[in-house]
Design a protein around this ligand. Structure first.
Ligand code: OGA
Ligand code: NI
Length: 355
């Protein structure tokens, strides 16, 4: 990887590390500005935690007014929160995590069957974000795949490891109800009808990304994933017990401390646009470390690809001017996937000129 043209022979960061490596190759080295520095972390800060105990057994769709308020505050102040007691069985989460680990532990040749540079592929194994376009590479291997409609996509997923399809189907099925509830609460917190986002769920998109961050000989010179925001409505992220995820809050990188069986919920760009900038999509990144590998499983919900994304007309009723122009979600995704994910300025590009 020390030669810009050798990515074609690349088998993944894990394979590169396993060949033996005591330095980070230069293509992975971040600028001084981007490098993670332990001293800049504000350890006292934590992202908000939303506890859904007592809510999940309740057959009603709606969350309590207190929770709606707490979720609204978290979306406004942080663009993210952790959710606990959310009703997804710990065994379902463990099995999903295990299926992801088993995939990354497959022999390289087997994983490479799914390697593609086509960023719109329905099942894709790759490294970094976009190996061809990223100026600086990221210290991760990942799989990214479409999860909806399940009946159409399951046959495109690997049949080895044998647990992979079942674990994914269970996880996707269970997480759906939680995402609907959270989107209901977010709609209400914006003063919109509870089913505002939910109504779009008759047709939506869901993708899963499983990330594998290998151990790194020089963790302070590189990143697992550089600073970015996620594209859709919301992302639910499950991390193992290794620290790595950080969220930018008031210009400081705050560590998202792993809580067993919690999910980290990040607001995506579409909700920033829908809320006309009232809520911010969370800017986040992942660091790596020298003592342990790390896995995360990330699922993003968004509108269907042909949806026009724009500020909610109901939010603009009080003479409020739209901050973002309209764009078809597919075009937005193509722009993100063809460039570098690590570019929050894409949202700025969509800002309307304020006259
Ligand atoms: C992502 C992401 C962070 C992590 O895949 O979009 O932000 O902790 N991952 O793995
Ligand atoms: Ni992300």
């Amino acid at each position: 990887m020390d030669n810009a043209n050798t990515w074609q022979e690349f088998m993944g960061v894990k394979a590169m590390v396993e060949k033996g490596l005591d330095r980070v190759p230069y293509r992975f080295i971040r600028s001084l500005q981007e490098r993670p520095k332990v001293s800049q972390y504000e350890e006292k800060e934590n992202i908000p935690v939303i506890d859904l105990q007592d809510q999940v057994d309740n057959s009603s769709f709606a969350l309590s007014a207190n929770l709606v308020q707490a979720i609204g505050r978290a979306c406004h102040e942080w663009g993210c929160f952790q959710v606990v007691n959310h009703g997804i069985a710990p065994s379902t989460m463990n099995e999903m995590m295990e299926a992801a680990r088993e995939f990354f532990e497959l022999p390289d040749e087997q994983k490479m069957k799914y390697f593609t540079l086509d960023t719109m592929s329905k099942f894709r194994y790759a490294s970094s974000f976009n190996l061809q376009k990223d100026k600086i590479l990221s210290w991760r291997d990942f799989i990214r795949y479409s999860c909806h409609p399940l009946d159409d996509v399951v046959s495109l997923w690997p049949s080895t490891p044998s647990s992979f399809r079942k674990a994914n189907v269970n996880f996707c099925t269970q997480i759906h109800g939680l995402v609907r509830k959270l989107c209901g609460a977010i709609s209400q917190s914006l003063g919109l009808p509870e089913k505002y986002i939910e109504q779009a769920f008759t047709d939506y998109s869901q993708t899963m990304v499983c990330n594998y961050y290998p151990k790194c000989p020089e963790p302070e010179s590189t990143l697992g994933v550089g600073s970015h925001t996620d594209p859709g409505w919301i992302t639910a992220l499950m991390q193992d017990d290794v620290t790595g995820l950080q969220v930018l809050h008031e210009d400081r990188w705050v560590i998202v401390k792993p809580i067993a069986h919690a999910l980290v919920i990040n607001l995506g760009d579409v909700l920033q646009i829908l809320s006309n900038g009232k809520y911010k999509s969370a800017e986040h990144r992942a660091t790596v470390n020298g003592s342990s590998d790390r896995i995360s499983v990330v699922t993003t919900y968004g509108p269907s690809l042909d949806t026009i994304i724009r500020p909610a007309p109901e939010i603009l009723l009080n003479g409020c001017k739209p901050v973002y122009r309209e764009i078809v979600y597919k075009e937005y995704m193509e722009m993100i996937l063809s460039g570098s994910l690590e570019d929050k300025r894409l949202l700025d590009f969509h800002r309307l000129e304020i006259q």
